[in-house]
Ligand binder design. Structure first.
Ligand code: AHR
Length: 497
């Protein structure tokens, strides 16, 4: 099978916002307790955060981390998580039906994020709470001092404000599972008033209006149309969330799920632009895809976990090789929409549907999906170029004309490097790829990284890394054309410099 790509410096989509390589830590399962934080762990720092976990997060280069939820935030009283730890209450956490000890809260998380070089994307509770709580929280976090809540932060040992720039106006408020679910009109009004008050405290913040919890929600895209009618002028982003799974073990169909994701993004853009036109607005709404991943492996195990434990092993999906291919394709989809998708958070980061796993008191290890995320974060910074792709196609259960080759290209002007990301969705045949890069004179192939496995269901563990990339791809460049064999079912990173 043959595939062709033409790419040129002039085919610019947009500068990639590095925040599309964001992630997410929720007070859920072992993400915080036993994940990033484990006081008794041999690598724990003076605050109780694991250094071995920090190292892997830094290797991934995660520019922004969403916190503290997720569904958790809709029942969270942030005041429970600040001040002397021994005085913090133990609370019944209703979203995941656990006990929340509040050993980690806003200050500890903000300090940890700063140390590893990540920004915080903070969510406010618009489920059980509203304007008052949000304005107090932002005063506590961002106001320098001389007022009730900012002085309380200083009293709690944090003299300098955290200066958190990005804030989510609630989480998945369209979902029936959400504590304090709202109708679109209820949410729109509340989010608008909350945004107004938050901006009065700190005019420099960016705000994310809640979009749908997924493309299959019955209220999508009416939810966006109604809520944005209220929040369009006060919000900078609208959120999208989407998880996929291969429950019926139909891999060709599973690997085509990014066709749905692409359609989801296009529909949200269209809805934003409709509201823009309706309001005669000059402002463009951007997209924050702040929850995305594969999530299904752990569903059955979760239904057997007893309620009210502290940090039980919830949502611990063990990812296989085909999941890594889909994750790669999802990252490619963001790059194709770099002009509108400006933030995205892989949900989540540690233990809970995560690329990084930990053993209690022991090792930390990389799941299969760690690798496409690492490569995109590391090499996918610069300008996203629009590759003209010619690829053979196939029909799957839910999609027709699915290209076997899925690809995105990023040009780093400053360092003069060009990176081509490619997934071959074909499960039996490799693709002989020719890529016209005649506009990039003097370039050569620096590296051709390949992630492949003969076993689509191969997984990693602390003991064995069965799925890991190698740099043995055969890409070559001659007379302005890259020739490369893209192996069957593989993720590829071809770097030209
Ligand atoms: O990431 C896990 C959960 O998925 C989040 O808490 C929620 O927002 C979504 O439904």
């Amino acid at each position: 099978q043959q595939a062709r790509i033409i790419v040129d410096k002039t085919f610019r989509i947009a500068e990639v916002d590095k925040r599309i390589y964001g992630s997410f830590i929720e007070h859920l399962g072992r993400a915080v307790y036993g994940g990033i934080y484990e006081k008794e762990h041999p690598t724990a720092d003076s605050r109780g955060f694991r250094n071995d976990v920090k190292q892997l997060i830094q290797e991934l280069g995660v520019p922004i981390i969403r916190y503290p939820g997720g569904n958790f935030v809709s029942g969270y009283n942030w005041e429970d998580g600040v001040g002397p730890v021994e005085q913090r209450p133990r609370k019944l956490e209703l979203a995941w039906r656990t006990t929340e000890p509040n050993w980690v809260g806003t200050n500890e998380f903000a300090a940890w994020a700063k140390e590893i070089g990540s920004e915080v994307m903070m969510a406010v509770n618009l489920g059980t709470r509203g304007v008052d709580e949000a304005r107090n929280l932002i005063e506590y976090c961002n106001h320098p001092g001389g007022s009730q809540w900012s002085d309380l932060r200083r009293q709690h040992g944090f003299e300098q404000p955290h200066r958190i720039k990005t804030w989510c106006l609630g989480n998945e408020m369209d979902g029936p599972w959400q504590i304090g679910q709202k109708t679109p009109a209820e949410y729109g009004r509340l989010a608008y008033e909350t945004a107004k008050a938050m901006r009065l405290v700190d005019p420099d913040i960016e705000l994310v209006s809640c979009g749908s919890s997924g493309s299959s929600m019955p209220t999508f895209p009416e939810w966006e149309a109604i809520t944005l009618d209220y929040t369009y002028e006060v919000a900078d982003f609208v959120s999208l969330h989407q998880y996929y799974g291969n429950r019926d073990n139909d891999t060709p169909n599973y690997l085509a799920r990014t066709m749905d994701m692409d359609h989801f993004i296009r529909t949200v853009i269209a809805t934003c632009d409709y509201i823009k036109a309706k309001k005669r607005s000059k402002k463009t709404m951007y997209l924050s895809f702040d929850e995305w991943n594969v999530w299904y492996h752990s569903n059955d195990a979760d239904s057997r976990i007893d309620p009210w434990g502290i940090a039980p092993p919830q949502l611990e999906d063990i990812y296989n090789f085909e999941d890594a291919l889909l994750v790669g394709s999802m990252l490619i989809t963001f790059l194709k929409h770099a002009d509108r998708v400006k933030m995205a958070c892989l949900a989540q980061l540690v233990n809970v549907i995560a690329p990084i796993m930990t053993e209690e008191g022991g090792r930390v290890w990389r799941q299969t999906i760690y690798y496409p995320y690492l490569h995109a974060s590391r090499f996918g910074r610069g300008v996203s170029l629009n590759p003209i792709i010619e690829s053979p196609v196939y029909d799957a259960k839910d999609y027709t004309d699915v290209p076997y080759l899925d690809s995105a290209v990023v040009y780093d002007e400053e360092n003069e490097t060009l990176t081509l990301f490619a997934v071959n969705r074909h499960l039996e045949d490799s693709l002989a790829l020719t890529c016209d890069v005649r506009g990039f004179e003097g370039y050569g192939v620096a590296e051709h990284i390949v992630l492949q496995s003969d076993d689509l269901k191969a997984v990693n563990s602390a003991d064995q890394e069965r799925v890991k990339p190698h740099s043995g791809g055969d890409a070559s460049l001659q007379d302005g054309y890259v020739q490369a064999l893209i192996p069957k079912a593989s993720w590829n990173v071809i770097r030209l410099a």
